[in-house]
Design a protein around this ligand. Structure first.
Ligand code: IMP
Ligand code: MG
Length: 208
């Protein structure tokens, strides 16, 4: 198929957004997810954990994590959206898609893409605990260094990261970049042409 390479879309710049420096490479992600899977396999030996993924951000992580767990697991998904239209979630969470399965008596592992403030996690934990699971643990790929949740509830985590907004491996800005195989810092071009990929760092996020 003939194509004009000068017109080929750049996967790293979409509209005003540019995904630039790599924070976590695809190879590092692979190794870390394998290690998390091994840990879960050992901790849940003899049990059949139910992985609950929070859409959409956790879908890629959960897919790889599930394959790294050498136990019979089941899957379910929830979709939530956070009120508030900036990079900060308000803590008021609306369930857009609820679970299909009953959690009563199950060993549930809540799989999250990123714990930022932790408000979404706090809401989801309360909500899931009310359904009487046998146990509930959290597995988050990324955890913000200045999160505001009780450390003791973060059982499994991939990486601690600083405050930069990140995309890739399921995470988005404005629904973009979810398919990048690595995790990158994203910038948004300012109104004035900014030259060397300068960014003001203010990006909007509403859906998980
Ligand atoms: P929290 O309630 O402040 O912890 O926000 C958690 C949600 O905000 C995540 O599930 C993501 O959907 C979104 N989020 C927070 N930081 C980022 C980021 O750097 N990139 C992409 N999404 C993010
Ligand atoms: Mg999001």
């Amino acid at each position: 198929m003939a194509s004009d390479s000068s017109a080929a879309p750049d996967p790293l710049t979409v509209g005003r957004y540019t995904a630039s420096s790599v924070l976590v490479s695809a190879a590092d992600l692979k190794a870390r997810v394998q290690a998390l899977g091994k840990e879960i396999t050992a901790d849940y030996a003899g049990r059949e954990p139910l992985l609950v993924g929070v859409l959409k951000g956790a879908f890629m992580f959960m897919s790889d994590l599930a394959r790294a767990i050498d136990l019979p697991v089941e899957f379910d998904f929830m979709a939530v959206s956070s009120y508030g239209n900036s990079t900060r979630s308000s803590g008021v969470v609306r369930i857009v898609k609820d679970l299909d399965l009953d959690l009563a008596g199950r060993d549930v592992i809540l799989v999250e893409d990123i714990i930022d403030s932790g408000l979404t996690l706090n809401y989801l934990r309360r909500n899931l605990l009310a359904r009487n699971p046998a146990s509930l643990e959290v597995c988050a790929l990324l955890v913000r260094e200045n999160h505001k949740v009780d450390e003791s509830i973060l059982r499994y985590e991939g990486y601690r990261i600083p405050s930069d907004f990140v995309v890739g491996y399921g995470l988005d800005v404005d629904e973009k970049f979810r398919n990048l195989p690595d995790i990158r810092i994203v910038g948004v071009a300012s109104e004035v042409p900014a030259g060397n990929g300068a960014a003001d760092g203010s990006v909007a996020d509403s859906a998980a």
